[in-house]
Write a protein that binds this ligand. Structure first.
Ligand code: HEC
Ligand code: HEC
Length: 77
């Protein structure tokens, strides 16, 4: 596993079984809620919600539980 610093410096493409880990769109809930429990609140199911009059549909996490979500899902800059 790379250290967090390496991840930031290199900003790599992260592949697991040949699949690219999607980067996080820079939405308020992705920037502010970097705790794993928060990620799972939204991504364990597909519960819709509305924020600033926009409707959002979080995708259900398609893979098994993996620790440290943001080690793979880097915020898009
Ligand atoms: C408040 C609910 C919420 C929280 C908390 C949240 N997400 Fe999301 N996430 C969403 C929604 C909604 C989308 C779809 C974005 C869109 O429709 O543009 C999304 C999209 C994604 C995507 C697909 C790429 C993208 O950004 O479109 C990934 C991967 C993801 N989230 C992972 C995470 C991780 C990891 C965390 C914790 C750091 C997290 N999410 C926290 C609601 C949330
Ligand atoms: C080891 C790297 C890794 C970790 C850690 C990881 N993921 Fe992922 N994630 C991926 C990859 C690769 C994909 C691409 C789709 C697949 O695997 O089917 C993905 C896909 C997703 C998607 C679907 C995004 C979309 O638009 O299709 C969500 C949501 C997501 N992950 C949430 C999470 C959450 C929440 C956590 C932490 C509990 C997490 N991931 C931890 C690698 C990771």
């Amino acid at each position: 596993m790379e250290s967090k610093k390496d991840t930031i410096d290199a900003y790599p493409l992260i592949l697991v079984d040949g699949k690219v880990a999607p980067r996080l769109s820079p939405l308020p809930f992705h920037i502010e809620n970097s705790l794993e429990s928060n990620c799972l609140n939204c991504h364990q199911s597909e519960k819709n919600f509305t924020l600033n009059n926009k409707k959002y549909i979080p995708k259900k996490m398609p893979h098994e539980y993996r620790e440290n979500c943001i080690s793979c899902h880097v915020i898009e800059m």
